[in-house]
Design a protein around this ligand. Structure first.
Ligand SMILES: *Cc1c(COP(=O)(O)O)cnc(C)c1O
Length: 476
């Protein structure tokens, strides 16, 4: 494609993008497709000859678009949002155009220095300890793995990196029973083994019980295990339960264990002063992760990992062969030494665009609005006698279900699953579910960038309509 054609197609694409953003709520939120139906429309072999851009674009519209889930649809209420925003999309266009690989300071000084600045801005805006330092990574899964590997290497004085596990006993890692699956996976990858994740009981609010953590650690020590790390959650994935960070930090301090705080979703709420109580005591922890790509209007992927003592992370990951040595090593951050990958995207740019376009207050206003809409939806559910809210709603996730006297747990679970499916199949809105105490509950997460009151009203009408029309529970 020559520069003249590029300019022409780029203009067309910008129009496509603006049209899409204007009418994104007119698409079905999720496609209703059979597995394989998109693939069967794609040729089995790659083309030998180049094809016209218009043809590619037309098949994007006819084949790909109908197979997309529209995560930016204002009635996408499932999982956690991966919300974006116009300034973030524009920054992604620049990032793609520059195509820089930002592995070290020299390979793009601006990328490194902007990353440092963005990490500091967000640290201060969220009230994290001013001495902590941050790095941008792709996902919370990666960041948590990096934190765990750092804990392991700090403990082994970098000997496991060097020689493997030779001579090390069994490590243990602790979390609540509501831990995100990325923690299990990080134990698998770190060679610790997922069976060595000890799931600590939760209280009636689904938050970790610190006394139970302390006893589990003591029991493990008596049995010859090596307690290595505790992963606490600010905002569990099921119900956004908030683990007691300060108490957990105290337990970690007592036993000299690394404390990693997983605030992947709820971390954004720390931009609101009212939510700072959640991180009371975090200064004693060792690392903290949150995803601007979930609730902070920044395109996937963008994760911030903060460390109290980043030198442990750098010691764990730095490895400088001759061909990567530069004259400025030692004076600057080479972010390739702050994680697993060598090559790194320029992710700080979209954060800069988002934070400057909205301003911190603009972001806060949006978060307040989402929290307000959540309280409204919550009041509707509470007023409906046949529904119950199953977990506290500290943020913008509501876990609720239909209940009926004399129905068994299995019957209720089956009914609630059928109810959610009936709603989702309309393509009008999308919800996902979880299980709390064995109960199937629908999660309603109100955090999409452009969600408005009319969207939650429409979703509520749809929920009630389907509740009245699906086959009722057959009681004896
Ligand atoms: C979403 C989530 C993760 C995983 O985030 P990725 O960035 O997709 O890896 C981890 N922990 C919690 C609590 C989450 O909500």
């Amino acid at each position: 494609m020559n520069p003249k054609d590029f300019r022409k197609h780029a203009h067309e694409l910008v129009d496509w993008m603006a049209d899409y953003l204007e009418k994104k709520d007119s698409f079905p939120v999720t496609p209703n497709l059979k597995p394989g139906s998109i693939k069967s429309k794609l040729p089995e072999k790659a083309p030998d000859e180049g094809e016209a851009f218009n043809k590619i674009m037309s098949e994007f519209n006819s084949i790909i678009l109908p197979g997309m889930t529209h995560w930016q649809h204002p009635k996408f209420f499932g999982y956690f949002p991966a919300n974006s925003s116009p300034p973030s999309v524009l920054a992604e266009m620049l990032t793609a155009t520059l195509g820089a690989q930002c592995m070290s300071w020299l390979t793009s000084p601006a990328a490194t220095e902007l990353e440092e600045r963005m990490a500091d801005w967000l640290r201060d805006a969220k009230g994290l300890d001013p001495s902590w330092k941050g790095v941008i990574q792709d996902t919370a899964s990666t960041a948590t793995l990096c934190a765990l590997l750092t804990a392991r290497e700090k403990f082994s004085k970098y000997q496991i990196n060097k020689k493997g596990f030779d001579g090390y006993g069994k490590f243990r890692v602790y979390s609540s029973t509501h831990v995100h699956s990325s923690i299990d996976k990080s134990l698998m990858v770190a060679g610790i083994g997922k069976e060595n994740l000890v799931r600590i009981e939760v209280d009636e609010h689904f938050a970790m019980v610190p006394e139970a953590l302390e006893s589990a650690i003591k029991e493990d020590l008596a049995a010859g295990f090596t307690p290595l790390c505790v992963v606490s959650a600010l905002g569990t994935t099921s119900s956004t339960a908030i683990d007691p960070v300060a108490d957990i930090s105290d337990v970690c301090e007592q036993f000299g264990i690394w404390h990693h705080i997983d605030a992947a979703y709820a971390g954004t709420a720390l931009l609101l002063p009212e939510y700072r109580w959640m991180i009371k005591g975090h200064e004693k922890a060792d690392s903290y992760v949150f995803n601007p790509h979930k609730w902070m209007f920044t395109n996937f992927d963008c994760t911030l990992l903060y460390l109290k003592e980043p030198q442990y992370l750098v010691n764990t990951f730095s490895l400088t062969p001759e061909y990567l040595k530069t004259a400025s090593d030692g004076e600057v951050n080479n972010y390739r030494d702050w994680g697993i990958q060598l090559g790194r995207r320029f992710r700080a740019l979209k954060l800069w665009f988002v934070i400057r376009s909205y301003g911190l207050q603009g972001i806060r206003n949006k978060l307040y609005f989402h929290l307000q809409l959540t309280q409204l939806a919550k009041s509707w559910i509470e007023a409906e006698g046949s529904l119950e809210i199953v977990a506290p709603v500290p943020l913008n996730t509501i876990c609720f279900r239909y209940v009926e006297k004399n129905a068994s747990l299995d019957q209720l679970n089956d009914f609630n699953a059928r109810w959610m499916d009936a709603v989702n199949q309309t393509g009008e809105a999308f919800f996902s579910h979880t299980k709390l105490n064995g109960q199937f509950v629908i999660r309603w997460v109100i955090g999409q960038t452009d969600v408005e009151e009319k969207h939650i009203q429409e979703a509520w009408s749809l929920l009630l309509e389907k509740l009245g029309s699906i086959t009722p529970i057959d009681l004896p």
